[in-house]
Design a binder for this molecule. Sequence first.
Ligand SMILES: Cc1cc2nc3c(=O)[nH]c(=O)nc-3n(C[C@H](O)[C@H](O)[C@H](O)COP(=O)(O)OP(=O)(O)OC[C@H]3O[C@@H](n4cnc5c(N)ncnc54)[C@H](O)[C@@H]3O)c2cc1C
Length: 282
Amino acid sequence: MIYDCIIIGKGPAGITAGIYLKRYGYEPLIIAKDGGALERVKDIENYYGISHITGPELLKAGENQAKAFGISIKEEEVLEISKELHFLVTTNNGTYEAKTVILACGTSRNRYAKADNLEGVSYCATCDGFFYRKKKIALIGNGKYMAHELSVLENICKDITVFTDGKPLEAEIHSSIPVVLEPINKVIGNPHIEAIEAGGKSYPIDGCFVAIGNASGFTLAKHLGIGLKGNSILVDENLMTNIEGLYSCGDSIGGLLQVSKAVGDGAVCATSVSNYLKMHKS
Ligand SMILES: Cc1cc2nc3c(=O)[nH]c(=O)nc-3n(C[C@H](O)[C@H](O)[C@H](O)COP(=O)(O)OP(=O)(O)OC[C@H]3O[C@@H](n4cnc5c(N)ncnc54)[C@H](O)[C@@H]3O)c2cc1C
């Protein structure tokens, strides 16, 4: 099945976009790995018409509203988006096809503070793996997203060591890949990264890839070559990125990081997607 639109994120931006699209007569699919920022919000008292609500309550209400319209919501983690004739959205559970995509992924981008200011540190294997062909690299991460980045790097780099930074290894990787489970004590380099120290040992490296936690909107966008400004995804006045048919809204695009703005963005974004789909009927 080819969806009219795949929306990544079930926060206020993604759910609103889904509801508007469904009511415009389209078939959206929402994919989200969790509840996003609202899961961590204790009290909301500044949202129109609601004196007080907790984040999880608002999240549940939005999700129920979307489901009541018959919108399908899948609890999966998006690992990669690519564009051929249509968009292909790959999750930990499969690949879905859509004519358009909305990134409503919130703000996090899982930076690794200890290495962030050094050269030779990348957040995107597809983008930068080629620069380290036949080189010795570190890959920091412990979950499915790390395993996905590893599958890209394995074909390019000579020598890869995975550092889980003290966390348990939660993804299956080939037994030939060395894994350091101890916490990282120090990242050495000036200005280019040179070595990682963990468990009392020093591991010399030419480069380092960070794949902590999940693929954030930022990393998904980077893989696709979307224009970025700081932490945010760059969009035009219709909330479309520099890739045709690919939109973004809510905290992902920066500005006021609030529910009211995310909801407004979601409505605008869905309207733009609807206009796009009308113009690109196939
Ligand atoms: C502690 C705290 C307090 C706050 N208090 C307030 C307040 O009082 N009032 C207010 O208006 N705002 C408040 N906010 C801000 C508000 O929660 C956000 O602005 C709002 O939730 C943004 O909505 P969003 O839909 O853009 O992103 P989010 O709500 O963050 O949703 C992001 C979605 O993207 C999904 N996602 C991301 N990456 C992937 C991936 N790789 N695969 C699948 N899914 C993915 C997540 O699972 C999630 O569903 C607060 C935020 C925090 C953290």
